[in-house]
Design a protein around this ligand. Structure first.
Ligand SMILES: [Zn+2]
Length: 323
């Protein structure tokens, strides 16, 4: 190793081998071969090599052969990193751009450029699939369950809904329309636009070109349909405790009497429109409504748990509670 010390000089050719009997022969500290000269390994190159876990302790100088191998390793690692970085960047760019895709699609739809609009919408869905590492058609509501992603879920639902209507242009697109309908049936009930979509879909299941696709959608969605429209709209969802309380009150108390059933039916006639209005209402107003509904739910809770005592009371009381 003593020979290696002298070879630290930039031009090792001139460095004499202090102890060696064979004059001008240097040992490469990396491969151990006898070589005519050594080349210094630059600090930047060493850092690049340190990122390669398979390499340990690269000496300060190596022979020309080792140097060229190490250079290739550095550039290979850098290329791989650059590739990965580009992929990530591409993903990020797509993610940021997705909003523009939806905007563009809506514009095109407004201009009645249906085919172009559908292309933009489908692109948006592809972006989501890419970002969430999903195969085509594999987006699911669970991906958007966390609070910050709920808004995206509403966008996804509105995209499937627009696609459904675009593909209704012709029986040729029925397959695509059905695909959108199936996905929408999965997503819609978790979003505040659900009452609006259901109302429209029910109309289109009579007047649409591919009316049976709408009928399929309505049927599939009805399986888990939230009926407390107002509460659902105020709470942005179906699963909150207040909504559950009100639902139980409807099922356990109101449905058991004729007046209760009439009150329920009346409520369902007016509530989708009200719910749509609540959807667009400013959030302070919704907060007030939430408080009111919590209060009503608290009132109904004991009634729902002991329905018999309630049945003896007059029906007017029930109507108040159902509002
Ligand atoms: Zn070497």
């Amino acid at each position: 190793m003593a020979g290696a010390d002298t070879s630290l000089q930039p031009s090792p050719k001139k460095a004499p081998s202090p102890k060696g009997d064979e004059e001008g022969v240097i040992v490469c500290p990396y491969c151990g071969d006898n070589v005519p000269s050594l080349v210094p390994v630059a600090a930047g190159m060493k850092i690049g090599l340190q990122e390669n876990a398979q390499l340990s302790a690269v000496p300060d100088t190596v022979c020309a052969g080792c140097y060229s191998i190490l250079t290739k390793m550095v550039s290979k690692g850098a290329a791989l990193r650059a590739q990965q970085q580009a992929k990530e960047q591409n993903r990020l760019m797509l993610w940021r751009n997705r909003v523009n895709l939806v905007k563009k699609a809506k514009e095109l739809l407004a201009q009645k450029s249906y085919a172009e609009s559908a292309v933009q919408y489908e692109k948006y869905l592809r972006v989501l699939e890419l970002v969430y590492d999903k195969k085509p058609g594999e987006l699911s509501p669970e991906l958007f369950a966390s609070g910050s992603r709920q808004q995206e879920m509403t966008v996804v639902a509105s995209v499937y809904w627009d696609l459904m209507r675009i593909y209704d242009q012709s029986p040729r697109y029925k397959d695509r329309q059905m695909t959108a309908a199936k996905k929408l049936a999965e997503f819609a009930r978790f979003t505040p636009i659900f009452p609006h979509i259901m109302r429209k879909a029910e109309g289109l299941s009579r007047t649409g070109k591919n009316a049976d696709v709408y009928r399929f959608f309505v049927k599939a969605s009805n399986k888990n349909r939230p009926r407390c429209f107002i509460a659902t709209a105020a709470f942005d969802g179906y699963e909150s405790p207040t909504v559950t309380d009100l639902r139980q009150f409807r099922d356990r108390v109101l449905r058991r009497s004729r007046c209760g059933r009439i009150a329920t039916r009346l409520y369902y006639r007016v509530s989708p429109r009200l719910a749509g209005w609540i959807d667009r209402a400013p959030s302070p107003l919704r907060a007030v409504l939430r408080q009111a509904l919590r209060f009503v739910a608290a009132l109904t809770r004991p009634l729902a748990s002991s329905p018999r005592s309630f049945q003896e009371k007059p029906a007017i009381k029930r109507r108040e509670n159902s509002q």
